[in-house]
Design a protein around this ligand. Structure first.
Ligand code: GTP
Ligand code: MG
Length: 237
């Protein structure tokens, strides 16, 4: 388990509504492990809205979850690509009243994986994204130095029909600390073009770039969902 090297002060301005961002950070900090599954059919059916973290192997998905939840080892992060091999679910919200789930998925595109396994995983991913009924949002992470690769663009194509029906999506350009300011701006504008108008943010677990802003963004996804149907009130007659 590796963490990015020790952190330095935030390098991006705080989001427009610092109080709401802090509440969103507090909310994410409540995250706790819910369950793990090696395969799609082993995932429990849930009614809670689910936010998936997807992207190439080594893009920084597990680190992003740890950073957003302000927990060092909630998700398993590592220098070795292909570290996350299961689908891991984390519940958030008050203990007795969880209101969302974060899902850490294994990455795709890792060169050392045999072609057959790669294709199998791509099918599993596609199935998950197309058929998970409670999926409310997708956070696509890509290394800011690479931008969106062919596989990321294929994933965006897969979710397009659901995005048209209201599925939220966000692209995070991770490891932004590896780029200078002008490279960051360039990466942002190119990715925005490729992401077809979707939201794109810079993110660095190391410098805490975009962390509070992303937390607020995810909170707003959940707040924007229709309230869950209440069970019928018991008759007092
Ligand atoms: N410099 C820097 N390194 C980072 C950052 N985020 C993640 N890393 C490093 O990138 C490597 C991969 O991070 P993970 O979070 O394990 O990546 P992942 O996408 O979950 O990888 P898989 O589980 O293999 O798909 C680790 O060595 C992290 O420390 C960041 O913001 N800045
Ligand atoms: Mg991982």
């Amino acid at each position: 388990m590796t963490q990015p090297p020790s952190s330095t002060p935030p390098s991006t301005p705080p989001p427009g509504n610092p109080q709401a961002a802090q509440q969103a950070m507090n909310w994410l900090h409540t995250a706790r492990f819910l369950t793990t599954a090696a395969q799609l059919h082993q995932l429990p059916a849930l009614s809670l809205p689910e936010i998936a973290f997807v992207g190439r192997s080594n893009a920084g998905k597990s680190t992003c979850i740890n950073t957003l939840t302000q927990q060092r080892q909630l998700a398993f992060a590592s220098k070795t690509p292909g570290r996350t091999q299961h689908i891991n679910l984390f519940e958030i919200g008050p203990k007795a009243q969880a209101d969302a789930v974060l899902t850490d998925l294994p990455g795709y595109g890792y060169a050392a994986v045999p072609q057959q396994d790669k294709l199998r995983w791509q099918r599993v991913m596609a199935n998950y994204l197309v058929s998970r009924p409670n999926l409310a949002g997708v956070t696509l992470l890509c290394d800011s130095r690479l931008g969106l690769t062919e596989l990321d663009e294929a994933l965006l194509e897969i979710i397009r029909p659901r995005v048209e029906q209201g599925l939220q999506f966000l692209v995070l350009l991770t490891k932004a600390d590896k780029l200078n300011r002008s490279e960051q701006q360039k990466a942002l504008s190119i990715t925005r073009l490729h992401a077809g108008g979707g939201t794109v943010k810079l993110f660095s677990a190391l410098k805490k770039t975009g962390v509070a802003d992303t937390a607020l963004h995810l909170r707003q996804w959940i707040d924007a969902l229709p309230a869950p149907a209440q069970p019928p009130a018991e008759s007092t007659a």
